[in-house]
Design a binder for this molecule. Structure first.
Ligand code: ADP
Ligand code: MG
Length: 397
């Protein structure tokens, strides 16, 4: 190697790479949408990479639908810019944006009920082609293969030739997703795809979206937390028209800001009380079956503590259901209890929850784990268990 000049890497002159072309499929910069002075979106910044599957959650009124409206051009931002693959969307009208490659699936399926799934898909495929009919003319066999492939993707190949009116709600949703995909969008926007679906349909919808995510960028807006957990990689939480936080499902569910937003300010739940509820919920989830009666116990305790009006209670109940997420290990939760009084309360509430119906083996095991972690004197444990059973008996039902 003698005599050969080696390139030196001087720290004084670091090699700076040339600026890369943006590969962001969406880049939303400082977007505000005002309706008569009310900001539905407020200085919102958001971006996602090509090929990403992003889930957006947020309480009612957070601005989720407006967010989609801005991307599709239905609503124009009062301030700020939205870029789709580097193109400034301010220049385009709604139908032009759709043609650029953004497909939106609305909450209620928009399929032709008197046509079959195959005919519905045929129409969608042709709709794209009629823009440049001569350029895009394909032999009928190739087209058939496309529609056939789509039918397979959405799991409707066995129902391809019956009227769409006979499909279940979930199957109609898949058909509409298929009709969007038929138009080959680069970005798919999906608004609450599993509202009103059965558990099985919900899971299949998740699988469908995940398989589509291999070849599309997808934004999903969703309330169903279990579903979000199934599909989510990166989650964005919207609140009051702006991004509250972003991260994995685990990160956002343990973020105090998110918990606060989902519970609403008017509830005076303290972080300690929240922790107690989460421990009780983890117990209830242990057997993968958060029974209604167990939810009832948790929610009853809440209502008695905070004496909300019935309608407030109902919405709190919905929010809590989302919040009381499963799969948070007790080993993480219990050490956060700081006083002996809190540890006693955690035991009592948890014992009440699992005793609200027949304690099964899984529940017995997790309860033992809880006891070990709480490390309370045996006398205290017995006293609290008795008190918990009394609570249950007093409430009757
Ligand atoms: P989300 O979909 O998260 O429930 P929206 O985007 O529908 O929220 O609405 C965000 C806020 O903007 C709400 O307070 C809503 O009342 C308000 N809003 C939405 N659209 C309009 C409109 N066209 N005129 C006035 N206010 C609106
Ligand atoms: Mg909405």
């Amino acid at each position: 190697m003698v005599g050969i000049a080696h390139p030196t890497h001087s720290p004084i002159h670091p090699v700076t790479p040339p600026p890369l072309m943006s590969t962001k499929v969406l880049d939303i910069q400082n977007v505000t949408v005002s309706f008569d002075g009310f900001k539905a979106l407020s200085n919102l910044n958001f971006s996602m990479d090509e090929g990403e599957l992003r889930v957006i959650i947020g309480p009612n009124g957070a601005g989720k639908t407006t967010f989609l409206d801005v991307i599709t051009g239905k609503t124009k931002p009062t301030e700020g810019v939205t870029y789709f693959k580097g193109q400034d969307l301010r220049k385009y009208k709604e139908h032009e944006i759709a043609r650029l490659g953004i497909g939106r699936k609305f909450q209620t399926p928009r399929v032709y009920l008197n046509l079959t799934p195959r005919e519905n898909l045929d129409l969608s495929c042709n709709r794209t082609k009629t823009i440049f009919p001569t350029l895009f003319k394909k032999p009928p066999t190739a087209e058939k293969r496309t529609v056939g492939g789509l039918l397979e993707t959405i799991g409707l190949d066995h129902k391809a030739d019956i009227p769409a009116a006979l499909l279940s709600h979930g199957e109609k949703q898949w058909l509409e997703i298929g009709m969007l995909v038929a138009q080959s969008p680069d970005l798919l926007l999906v608004d609450e795809p599993v509202a009103g679906l059965t558990d099985e349909e919900t899971e299949q919808t998740g699988n469908l979206l995940m398989s589509l995510a291999e070849s599309h960028s997808i934004v999903v807006i969703e309330h169903d937390m279990e579903f979000v957990r199934q599909i989510a990689r990166q989650v964005t939480v919207l609140h009051q028209g702006t991004v509250l936080c972003e991260g994995t499902m685990d990160q956002i569910q343990n973020d105090p800001k998110v918990i606060e937003v989902y519970l609403g300010k008017e509830t005076s739940l303290t972080p300690e009380q929240m922790l107690l509820l989460r421990i009780a919920a983890t117990m209830a989830w242990a057997d993968d079956n958060f029974a209604d009666v167990q939810q009832q116990v948790i929610l009853d305790r809440l209502s008695r503590k905070f004496a909300h009006a019935p309608e407030e209670q109902a919405s709190l109940r919905e929010d809590l259901k989302d919040l009381l997420a499963k799969d948070i290990p007790l080993e993480e939760l219990v050490p956060q209890l700081t006083t002996p009084a809190q540890r006693e309360q955690a035991l009592m509430l948890s014992y009440e929850v699992i005793s609200s119906n027949q304690i099964n083996e899984t529940e017995a095991i997790i309860y033992q784990t809880l006891l070990n972690l709480l490390d309370l004197p045996p006398d205290t444990v017995r006293r609290l268990e008795a008190a918990a059973l009394e609570e249950l008996a007093v409430r009757g039902d």
